[in-house]
Design a protein around this ligand. Structure first.
Ligand code: GTP
Ligand code: MG
Length: 444
């Protein structure tokens, strides 16, 4: 058999050739950029943090606008996620921005399950994308990609350490999303305390094996700034949409009786660092990491769960068709097994019912026989009694007849001797037999 052409090309060495003149494919990056710009971009931010920690204010400050937001109640039974999408434009770049807010986070007495709705939400967005990818008719170019690119995790400015809720939640999320931890309301913590707090947080994250997002340092253009910024994590931020006059400039700040704290002043907080890192320098890396790392992991696990493999036990490539056939066979065998199991169950059930019915029939029959016997005995007793009564009646009748005969004779003899003395009469009527005969009381 001839070696295939593909093999020849695969083994062939690539040679570099010089072009004699301008050809034009150097416009490829420009074409890519203009195509991407015309399609627009999407960016999805998840804000995780306790109620009232400053999530909405920070997002408004980041994008220099006012997004819709309702104040959350502290009495919600569970955590839920509220996504809102906006179309933003800067220069000629369109950005479809989705902000997902965690509502009611940290408010429940039992916080064991607080991370779950967040994990479920992230997984659902991955699942939706996977479903779209697996469709026969895909439309990924105009698909609204809702996968979360960044999770801003708001840490309360306690100055102590992370809460266990923070550690558990970040641990559950770190393989699914890029996490950037931020210390919220950093104006409420002193400079020296903040420094120690940052060190404490980072050491706790490391010792608990929580992987937060690291700004990439591979690209030379951003190596320096990104490595410097990695050392500043977690960023201590302040949010405010209030404009305050400082000198002769209007700046965003928070005003206090003793002075003001300026949001965009780097000696006051890390807000500018966060905005630069998140939106100006690394936004594309965050999108890429989401697709290439987090989504890829989700997709791999999901496909493996569904039984797809890249290689067979002999390390040979596994075709999709083959996997499908194998799965189909497995499924049919399983189906048959289940069918047989159900049929057997049905037969057993019928047998059981049959046995139960037979037992009931036998019991009924026994009862019937018993009743029949009882009835028979009763009938016999009654017969006996009837016979006795008949005998009694017969004897009574016989005695009655005898008595009547005796009485008849007595009356006859009385009528034949009409002139007997009173004494004799008295004697006759005082005779016990005569009295009893006339009264008829003791005849039976
Ligand atoms: P929910 O959406 O209700 O969970 O609240 P949230 O996390 O969105 O907080 P929000 O931005 O509504 O802010 C709550 C309160 O904190 C408001 O009174 C803000 O003015 C205040 N706040 C926001 N950011 C800061 C900050 O950086 N420092 C201080 N001191 N207060 C802030
Ligand atoms: Mg809010």
């Amino acid at each position: 058999m001839a070696t295939t052409e593909i093999d020849i090309f695969a083994n062939e060495e690539k040679r570099s050739l010089e072009l004699a003149g301008h050809v034009g494919f150097d416009s490829l990056p420009d074409q890519l950029v203009s195509k991407a710009v015309s399609q627009g971009f999407c960016f999805n931010i998840l804000c995780v943090g306790e109620t009232g920690i400053g999530k909405s204010t920070l997002i408004n400050t980041l994008f220099n606008t006012t997004f819709e937001s309702d104040e959350a109640s502290h009495y919600l039974q569970d955590v839920h996620l509220r996504p809102k999408t906006y179309d933003l434009q800067e220069s000629n770049v369109n950005l479809k921005l989705t902000i997902v807010d965690t509502v009611g986070f940290g408010d429940q007495i039992n916080k064991d399950e607080s991370y779950k709705p967040i994990v479920d939400y992230i997984d659902t967005q991955f699942e939706n994308f996977l479903q779209e990818e697996m469709k026969i008719k895909r439309s990924l170019h105009n698909y609204h990609d809702s996968r979360i690119h960044i999770c801003l995790y708001f840490i309360a400015p306690t100055g102590h350490s992370l809460k266990s809720l923070d550690l558990v939640t970040m641990k559950k999320l770190d393989s699914k999303v890029n996490i950037i931890p931020v210390i919220a309301k950093a104006d409420t913590i002193s400079k020296s305390e903040l420094h120690k707090f940052k060190i404490k947080i980072m050491s706790e994250l490391v010792s608990n094996g929580v992987q937060i997002y690291q700004f990439p340092t591979e690209d030379e253009a951003v190596t320096e700034i990104n490595s410097t910024m990695n050392a500043h994590l977690p960023f201590a931020v302040i949010g405010s949409v209030e404009q305050v006059k400082v000198g002769n400039k209007m700046v965003r700040a928070r005003l206090y009786p003793w002075g003001s704290v300026q949001v965009e002043n780097e000696s006051h907080c890390d807000f500018v660092k966060l905005r630069e890192m998140l939106l100006r320098v690394n936004i594309e890396d965050l999108r890429e990491q989401t697709h290439a790392r987090h989504y890829e992991l989700y997709r791999r696990c999901k496909l493996e769960e569904m039984g797809f493999k890249d290689t067979d036990p002999d390390s040979q490539p596994f075709s999709l068709q083959q996997t499908y056939e194998t799965k189909r066979k497995e499924f049919l065998v399983e189906l048959q097994r289940k069918e047989e199991e159900m049929r057997q169950m049905f037969v057993n059930k019928v047998k059981e019912t049959e046995a139960e019915l037979k037992e009931k029939e036998r019991e009924l029959h026994e009862r019937f026989e018993q009743l029949k016997r009882m009835h028979h005995d009763e009938k016999r007793n009654l017969e006996e009694k009837r016979r006795e009564l008949e005998e009694e009646m017969n004897s009574f009748n016989r005695r009655k007849v005898a008595a009547e005969t005796l009485m008849g004779q007595a009356l006859q003899s009385c009528s034949q001797q009409p002139f007997k003395k009173d004494k004799d009469k008295k004697n006759f009527f005082s005779l016990p037999s005569a009295c009893s005969l006339t009264s008829g009381r003791n005849l039976n």
